[in-house]
Design a protein around this ligand. Structure first.
Ligand SMILES: [Zn+2]
Length: 118
């Protein structure tokens, strides 16, 4: 089974990126390239998590697993409110990051959107 997005999915994602205007051929080509790498990476992470949940349930450790999954902020001991999957657009590698409210705010302030600057 291939994790690569279908042509339909790609077109839908591209429309979602810029709903109010047409993307240039160049933008469209670049975004397609990134999405073709990112979508399979995210799907692989989701499959891995689903498998880990099933395994924990089989071992009678589902509760511990869910507690661990809920985890704590990557930067402090507060409970996380924001869960981010960061994908390296070069390697297609995905990392999960959990942040508390305060550090989530910091994270957003640190990373101004690169694609929609005025
Ligand atoms: Zn924190």
């Amino acid at each position: 089974m291939s994790d690569e997005p279908t042509e339909d999915e790609l077109n839908r994602l591209l429309r979602a990126v810029a709903p109010s205007r047409e993307l240039s051929a160049h933008e469209s080509r670049q975004l397609r390239e990134v999405l073709t790498k990112v979508v399979p990476a995210v799907r692989a992470v989701m499959r891995k998590q689903a498998a880990a949940i099933e395994e924990a349930a089989r071992d009678g450790k589902l509760w511990e697993f869910l507690e661990q999954l809920r985890g704590k902020c990557a930067k402090c001991d507060q409970p996380p409110v924001l869960h981010i999957t960061e994908v390296n657009s070069g390697t297609g590698e995905a990392t999960n990051i959990h942040l508390c409210e305060e550090h989530a705010r910091e994270y957003r302030d640190d990373r101004p959107s690169g694609t929609s600057r005025p």
